[in-house]
Design a protein around this ligand. Structure first.
Ligand SMILES: Nc1nc2c(ncn2[C@@H]2O[C@H](COP(=O)(O)OP(=O)(O)OP(=O)(O)O)[C@@H](O)[C@H]2O)c(=O)[nH]1
Ligand SMILES: [Mg+2]
Length: 596
């Protein structure tokens, strides 16, 4: 017990939301809620630092105490180094070699992070971005005076707290970009807090000095107020005046980065255990699942089996930051890889294992652990949200949006936000590309939001969690239908909702060809039952390959109306017969639920 009567619990310098929830025996949803109440948007697999965890724990009546593993290096303030670096702690000190510094650009929205990176690389990323706002971290390398430096961008918009936190976590040096005409702003302070939490040295790029409204002295005062006293004011923070637009001060900035890099030991073992962090990942329509990884130790090679959380796969192809195909990547190298079976979570650590078999074993183990972390069932369905809306309890319709392409995310988000009228507001909590996953559902559950999918499907884990949590998923393929629905919803006139009830699942074991009819799937019912007058969804891995009605259902030679778990049957579908063995047939009915 602590002085204030709180139970003391030991936690490490950094842990995932899931681990924190398990330690305080609370639902991860409640932890996510509490984080949100404190302005931190985090998903269940995300790392949060000790200070953040301590605040949340206090709300639940616990006091946090540090546990430091014995091999943790101590910084000058006696502070622990970031989590991933501790994993390198096991490497033989003799095998360590210096590697390029990883530099993260942090700062308030529009202060010029992306433009500054462009000036450094002399390329042009900002113009190609949707709406000119960086939505995800991107990473690249430059060579300055023969020295390689890895840069990472982060978004400055307030909604992207978690991405800034992750950017700081993976960095050796943080460049805090502050516009000379705007000064220290809320996300400047927040970014600084993340860098400090991750014990990363901070350097300030005082940008936009070309502007007539630039006031460097005023900004230096503000920097001093937050503890960053400039070196020319006898402090120890390097402040480099730059103009990303005019390309001024870039050399000085790179020199300052090298100076800081040289005063810190930036090491890794290129022949050690391969670990690193997922920087971003997306479902690419042409190429499949593309993940950008930052290698932090060891050498990642084509053909390696990578595991991230519960996702794994053998790397089929690897590309450097310029899109050139490469065979291997040494520490501090950002690479895009093809071959993972599912979209991994940005910010998660990856590692290499010896075979797909052991990857599968680890993934299964992790899935089981995840299931054990018990989740409180809750029910806040779409109609209840609207009821709350009508009763005046809610003035905000919260949405989580997933779409197939970045080009759709932006128009959908803005057209929905435009529906806000008077004091009724549409609030898009999160919008991204890719299938609807477990994290989207968790976020929606924690904030009473609805999940909207556009040309995507919900993966199996997501559907399971949505069912447990009572989260509403609505899938559309035409934008105007989507906006029309939400508009009706806002006016409380939504059409009755169709709810799907899953009856059972069967696995395709053999395929029979029946002349003039086509192919029939010989199945084993794995759970529940299949019914003749119901619908069937054909699942191949995570993909839904067909969704439609049952044409025939037979047991041995007889036509039947239903068949239960443990029995074999023959299934024909209306308009589909391209079965493959291993396909899962999910049988469901639709129920109409009236909206009051
Ligand atoms: N005059 C002037 N404008 C600049 C300078 N650097 C950036 N800008 C402009 O500031 C705006 C924002 O720049 P970005 O590089 O997109 O800013 P950011 O920090 O990456 O913004 P987010 O990613 O949205 O957080 C753009 O219109 C740039 O052209 C500069 O040195 N001088
Ligand atoms: Mg940007």
């Amino acid at each position: 017990m602590s002085e204030n009567g709180y139970t003391i619990i030991e936690i490490p310098e950094s842990l995932t939301v899931r681990e924190l929830a398990a330690r305080i025996e609370t639902s991860p949803i409640d932890v996510i809620k509490q984080l949100m109440a404190n302005g931190v948007m985090a998903n269940i697999n995300q790392q949060i630092d000790f200070d953040t965890a301590a605040i949340v724990m206090e709300e639940f009546g616990f006091e946090a105490k540090h546990i430091l593993p014995p091999d943790v290096e101590q910084g000058d303030q006696g502070a622990a180094v970031p989590y991933w670096r501790r994993l390198i702690g096991d490497e033989d000190p003799k095998a360590l070699q210096s590697r390029p510094p990883v530099v993260t650009m942090l700062g308030h929205v529009d202060h010029g992070k992306t433009t500054l990176l462009d000036a450094i690389r002399e390329t042009n990323v900002a113009e190609g971005e949707v709406g000119g706002i960086t939505q995800r971290i991107a990473a690249y390398q430059v060579v300055h005076n023969g020295r390689r430096i890895t840069f990472q961008d982060t978004p400055g918009h307030e909604a992207f707290t978690a991405m800034r936190a992750r950017g700081a976590q993976g960095a050796d040096i943080a460049v805090l970009v502050v516009a000379a005409d705007d000064g220290v702003m809320p996300q400047t302070r927040e970014a600084l807090a993340h860098a400090r939490a991750a014990r990363v040295p901070v350097l300030v790029a005082l940008n936009k000095i070309d502007r007539s409204s630039a006031n460097p002295d005023k900004v230096k005062h503000e920097l001093s107020d937050v503890g960053l006293v400039p070196d020319d004011w006898e402090g120890d923070t390097i402040v480099v005046p730059v103009s990303a637009k005019m390309g001024e001060g870039i050399e000085d900035l790179l020199e300052a980065i090298i100076l800081i890099a040289d005063s810190t030991e930036i090491m890794a073992n290129p022949s050690g255990k391969v670990i690193g962090t997922v920087i971003e990942a997306e479902l690419n329509k042409l190429k499949g699942i593309m993940a950008t990884l930052l290698v932090q130790n060891g050498t990642l090679k084509v053909g390696d089996v990578v595991i991230v959380g519960t996702t794994y796969g053998r790397i089929r192809a690897m590309f450097d930051y310029q899109g050139n195909q490469i065979e291997q990547a040494t520490p501090s190298t950002p690479v895009s890889v093809l071959g993972l079976s599912d979209v991994p979570m940005a910010g998660e650590l990856f590692s290499v294992v010896e075979s797909e078999r052991s990857a599968r074993a680890i993934a299964t183990q992790r899935k089981l652990q995840a299931q054990e972390a018990k989740v409180q069932p809750r029910t806040m369905s779409l109609d209840q949200i609207f009821q709350a809306f009508q009763a005046g309890e809610t003035k905000e319709l919260r949405l989580v949006i997933k779409a197939d392409a970045q080009g759709s995310v932006e128009p959908i988000t803005s057209s929905l936000e435009e529906l806000s009228a008077g004091d009724i507001k549409v609030n898009v909590l999160h919008a991204a590309t890719g299938n609807i996953n477990e994290n989207d559902i968790m976020l929606a559950a924690a904030s009473d939001a609805i999940v909207i999918g556009f040309n995507v499907v919900a993966d199996q884990a997501a559907r399971r969690v949505a069912e447990n949590e009572g989260v509403n998923i609505r899938i559309y393929d035409v934008i105007y239908r989507l906006t029309e629905d939400i508009e009706k919803a806002l006016k409380g006139m939504l059409e009755p909702e169709i709810r799907q009830v899953v009856l059972g699942r069967a696995e395709v074991r053999v395929i029979y060809r029946i002349p003039r009819i086509g192919h029939i799937a010989g199945c084993m019912v794995l759970a529940g039952e299949l019914r003749r007058n119901a619908n069937i969804r054909v699942l191949r891995g995570e993909q839904v390959v067909f969704d439609g009605q049952v044409a025939s259902l037979k047991h041995e030679k007889d036509d039947i109306r239903e068949i239960r778990e443990g029995f074999e049957c023959g299934v024909g579908l209306k308009g589909f017969d391209k079965f493959e063995t291993g396909d899962i047939l999910e049988c469901y009915t639709e129920e109409t639920v009236a909206v009051e």
